[in-house]
Design a protein around this ligand. Structure first.
Ligand code: NAD
Length: 428
């Protein structure tokens, strides 16, 4: 096998497992800033977000109790365009997590060369324990509280963990009640309300396109590559569907209820039919059951964590058998695990590039809303392919040129573009 243009030098010292999410992002940003020789004033600007809002969200629950939730919107940097980033409804959506995700969005949008800055929102709540009417009221209250920050040319939210197209429809409606009908103020909407065709498959398709490009760099045919995917939700299932169309062999998948393995390859169409009936991949006929921990350690070529953050840690990084970890989920590899994988010469293809298909099609949705002109699915997928191949190629070329790991190359490109926009605008 030809050697990939990937080098995986180990960092000088192993980082602590206990870095907070924002400290982990800042570590990468500062490493890039040092390599790029950035001006200290630019680094100071990037260190903290431009604006953070914390809002008290009182909601009348179905049983007439008043429950007070806490919500956030963090706008990290808008030098390259309006702020862009999802809204997360999750019990652990605290300000540090939201801040870290806002920072990541700044560099993800810059890496993909989208005309956006980075933001993120969150409400600390458990949407799985709330009724639809409670979620509707909470979403409207949240939107009213942050409405002065939003706008087609200001800040454009999207779905994230615990939110979906319905949540975006409520946000659009609540914003529209104050400002008139404005579909471009949120993306990830239902197609009937101005959502883009292809948004559902965008992230998983982007992951599969990057894997195909990585295989091409390795000089290996996808038919000779076995993949294992943790999570069979939106991202994981679309990754499996598109990757198997490309010829990859899916040898293991899992979801919150358990996992399955089939070394000779899982038929993804049949698995989809099974999941439609059983509600889980667990129990799929012909495959043998495995746990989520076993899935991460399975014999495969590319391992794709596509469920939760921080699943590959110092505790299991020595037992990963894949030669590449493809970060479809956000932050699935802890900094300490990343150092171990680097030492073991296992490539880590970073989240800010791998899962950027979602924000890329969100960008297409925004442009379609502004032009009031719908693109057909073919055009969306073609443009997505172009953007993903372009950005992934650029990052791997940079990694090869500089002898840096792909994550660092991705940050170098993102940080460099943001710093250039800061300078051009005359912020410093
Ligand atoms: P989803 O809710 O559709 O699916 C999540 C999947 O993970 C489900 O199959 C669920 O059963 C599984 N899961 C949950 N807990 C698990 C556990 N403890 N062990 C194993 N599996 C578990 O979510 P999604 O939209 O597919 O997002 C997955 C990841 O990708 C998240 O980290 C998200 O932040 C990231 N991401 C998603 C998008 C997008 O467009 N959907 C874009 C960028 C990043």
């Amino acid at each position: 096998m030809a050697s990939p243009t990937v080098s995986a030098p180990a960092p000088a010292s192993a980082p602590a497992e206990s870095l907070s999410p924002s400290e982990a992002v800042l570590t990468s940003v500062f490493e890039s800033a040092a390599r790029l020789n950035l001006d200290a004033e630019v680094i100071d600007l990037l260190r903290t977000p431009w604006r953070e809002m914390r809002a008290q969200l009182p909601v009348r629950m179905d049983d007439r109790r008043l429950q007070i939730f806490e919500g956030y919107r963090v706008q990290h940097n808008g030098a390259r365009g309006p702020y862009k980033g999802g809204v997360r409804f999750h019990p652990k959506a605290d300000i540090d997590e939201v801040r870290a995700l806002a920072m990541l969005m700044t560099y993800k949008c810059a890496l993909m060369d989208l005309p956006f800055g980075g933001a993120k929102g969150g409400v600390m709540c458990d949407p799985t324990r709330m009724s639809e009417t409670e979620l509707n009221r909470l979403t409207r209250t949240y939107t009213q509280h942050i409405a002065m920050l939003l706008g087609v040319a200001r800040d454009i939210p999207a779905p994230d963990l615990g939110t979906n197209a319905q949540t975006m429809a409520w946000m659009m409606d609540a914003f529209g009640q104050l400002n008139g009908h404005t579909p471009g103020v949120v993306t990830g909407k239902p197609v009937e309300l101005g959502g883009s065709f292809g948004r559902d498959q965008a992230t998983g398709r982007g992951v599969a396109v990057c894997m195909r490009e990585y295989a091409r760099l390795e000089g290996v045919d996808p038919r000779d590559i076995r993949i294992a995917v943790q999570g069979y939700g939106n991202v994981g299932s679309w990754t499996c569907r598109v990757a198997s169309e490309m010829g990859f062999t899916v040898v293991g998948v899992s979801d919150v209820k358990g996992g399955i393995a089939q070394p000779e390859g899982i038929q993804v169409g049949a698995l989809d039919r099974w999941v439609g009936v059983a509600g889980s991949v667990a129990g799929f006929e012909g495959a043998h059951p495995i746990t989520n921990e076993q899935l991460l350690e399975i014999e495969c070529d590319y391992l794709v964590p596509a469920a939760l953050g921080e699943v590959i840690t110092a505790a299991n990084a020595e037992r990963i058998h894949a030669r590449a970890v493809v970060e479809a989920a956000n932050h699935p590899v802890t900094p300490a695990a990343d150092a171990i994988l680097g030492r073991r010469k296992i490539a880590v293809l970073p989240d800010i590039a791998m899962n950027a298909g979602g924000v890329t099609v969100s960008y297409f949705e925004w442009t379609q809303n502004i032009q009031q002109f719908r693109w057909q699915l073919d055009r969306v997928l073609q443009e997505l392919e172009l953007r993903m191949v372009g950005a992934f190629g650029e990052l791997m070329a940079r990694s090869g040129r500089d002898g840096t790991r792909p994550r660092q190359a991705a940050f170098d490109i993102g940080v460099e573009r943001v710093a250039r926009a800061i300078k051009l605008r005359g912020f410093v």
